[in-house]
Design a protein around this ligand. Structure first.
Ligand code: TYD
Length: 209
């Protein structure tokens, strides 16, 4: 039985509820696998990463290629300082946003050539997630949530519906190897229950491979 530490990513457009779910999923995973489970996020989920996060999300005057390279620089530090050491120590990791965010936003949203982006990501040789979860939600609903909860002050959220729609379409078209949860009509609790029942099945499958 392949009982190694698990690397799980949680993806979805802004306002899809990733941050609401992540700690409960981690708690469940810790009990289910008997391994310590760390929650992390991108951009900026490493010691010192806050400065880069604020730069990436705060500054509006760089182009799409620079944006891609900034997210990858962030991921490179995050992988080296957080993800790889945690997995090597036998801890599970749940990461809010990872390579698929880059594909959805920099390629789906900001129209960088998908094959180029994929090949740059491949060349970076970042660790591959074992399981990917997509919280799928209608962009209009997600935007309502974003607008109701805080000031819109990051570069990506301020681009509003157009960017979110492109990212959502991209996720929907390329999610065949994800656990996909459609969140539109579900309460937080129902979303959580669906995630863990799908995760449990997926982990059992992972372990039998
Ligand atoms: P964040 O605020 O953490 O997302 P959320 O609002 O879902 O909690 O992420 C900030 C933004 O960064 C988000 O709009 C998506 C964007 N992003 C990219 O464009 N590319 C990437 O590779 C990553 C990791 C994030």
């Amino acid at each position: 039985m392949n009982d190694k530490a698990l690397f799980i990513t949680l993806e979805g457009i802004d306002g899809s509820g990733k941050s609401t779910q992540v700690k409960n999923i981690a708690q469940w995973l810790e009990n289910f696998t008997g391994r310590r489970t760390l929650c992390t996020f991108e951009p900026g989920g490493w010691d010192g990463g806050r400065t880069l996060r604020e730069f990436i999300l705060g500054s509006k005057d760089y182009n799409a290629l620079s944006e891609l390279l900034l997210f990858l620089a962030d991921r490179s530090e995050h992988a080296a300082k957080v993800i790889i050491p945690a997995l090597n120590s036998g801890n599970n990791i749940i990461c809010e946003r990872y390579n698929d965010s880059t594909l959805a936003y920099q390629s789906g949203g900001h129209k960088l050539n998908i094959e180029h982006v994929k090949s740059i990501i491949r060349a970076c040789n970042f660790p591959e997630p074992d399981i990917k979860i997509l919280l799928d939600i209608t962009p209009e609903l997600a935007l309502e949530r974003i607008n109701s909860r805080k000031n819109i002050n990051d570069k990506f959220e301020s681009e509003g519906l157009a960017l979110i729609k492109h990212a959502a379409n991209f996720y929907r078209e390329s999610c065949e190897n994800f656990i996909v949860i459609n969140c539109d009509k579900l309460s937080e609790h129902e979303v959580f229950n669906q995630i863990i029942s799908r995760l449990e099945a997926e982990i059992k499958q992972c372990r039998s491979r």
